[in-house]
Design a protein around this ligand. Sequence first.
Ligand code: XMP
Length: 505
Amino acid sequence: KIIILDFGSQYTQLIARRVRELNVYCEIHPFNNIPEIGSDVKGIILSGSPYSVRQKDAPQVDLNKFDKHPMLAVCYGAQYIAQHAGGEVQASSTREYGRAHLNFVAEGNKLFKNITAGSQVWMSHGDTITKVPANFELIASTDSVKVAAYQVKDTQTYAIQFHPEVTHSTDGRQLLENFLVGICGCKQEWTPDAFVETTIADLKEKLGNDKVVLALSGGVDSSVAAILLHKAIGKNLHCIFVDNGLLRKDEYAAVLEQYKHLGLNIKGVDAKDRFLSQLAGVSDPELKRKAIGRVFIEVFDDEAHQVQDVKWLAQGTIYPDIIESVSVKGPSATIKSHHNVGGLPDFMKLKVVEPLNTLFKDEVRRVGTSLGLEHFIIGRHPFPGPGLAIRILGEVTAEKVAILQEADAIYINNLKEAGLYDKVWQAGAIFLPVQSVGVMGDERTYENAIALRAVESVDGMTADWCHLPYNVLAKISNEIINKVKGINRVVYDISSKPPATIEWE
Ligand code: XMP
């Protein structure tokens, strides 16, 4: 495997994804908490950083720990090594952000195999290396950055000032492959099929004959986790799927049907009334989330206790959640209390098993495909745990849920019919607590408005609103206003995140 030492760059996760895309397994570790480097570690990558090496509190690391390993230092990492070896790093005099082209590439250098001068690279740095020690060999330059890449002579230490992980560096993938395969000697064997095989074997060994409970949500992560566990321990996996009454129209029945068809041992729990009654009179978004989280835990706990001798709780936690909690910057400030399933009570006293905790979202999808899961599950848009409750602004009532379910179904079906569903990262309708005047036939109406939201995103952290075609929007609006009683106006949300969030609450 490859170890990526994180100095806090926004691009660190992207480096990891690129390495994985080359079918090499890698892990990210914060620079100040380095694991034991065993014989299975084939190489080290040092990330960029929001810090400057010239700052007093800049991240420091003892590189002697890795002197036997090939190393690729990116941006901050490159500056760090140069500075500590007696070179010089100064604030750049010109802006070095964006596209640049290599005007020199050292012939025959392993890192630049199949990459020639002229190749476009992506720069993003405020400091620049102005002098390198005598034992450093320059291996690439651009017009404004002389030290775009160097190798420490007679060692396997390479460094680059540009970012190979962003797609604007057109040969970035080739460069990473040169490092991973040509220099570190990694075999490109880390594929979804291989992951499935080893994970199932590991789960079998870890869980033996123990019973495991898992909360299914209908989403990709919990579904893939369930199938992996099912293949490992069969009927000892007890899945619980709770209907909180806040799902999409007909979703509960459809998902339950789908799971049964997959052979899972699954219990559906209709807890609609329990949730709705706890939401009565609550209009603050955070209080709604807390109420839903609390009822969920109660319902899940009741059900889990009905499974005799259960020892484990399985969760669909994925790698970004783990990185977040151990990251250099610490868990990022809570903007909304996400993931109501995360804090299951410790009175359940169960051991936790998380088969997906090394995977990125796109890898979970690929593993799902390798497990034979259908597009119906794999391609599903993300849907928040508190469901439609946070898409009904203000107090939630059964009547509003029913109206929103109808409007949302019309919206989503139209996206599917127009072939747009798979192009959109997430979409949903929002019930606004605003009434406005309309006219239907000869009658004046005074009814609620629905907002439509559709975003493009990679991970939900940032998002752009989708430019849906006007004719599709027109058809959706028309259908909602004509068919959904209580709605006389439809608006389209054209805000990006940040500063808006994807959900309205
Ligand atoms: P925001 O609204 O923060 O949403 O831009 C980002 C992503 O997170 C989802 N989301 C939630 N998921 N519980 C969840 O499980 C929540 O409370 C919650 N709030 C937002 C949202 O749907 C989007 O995919």
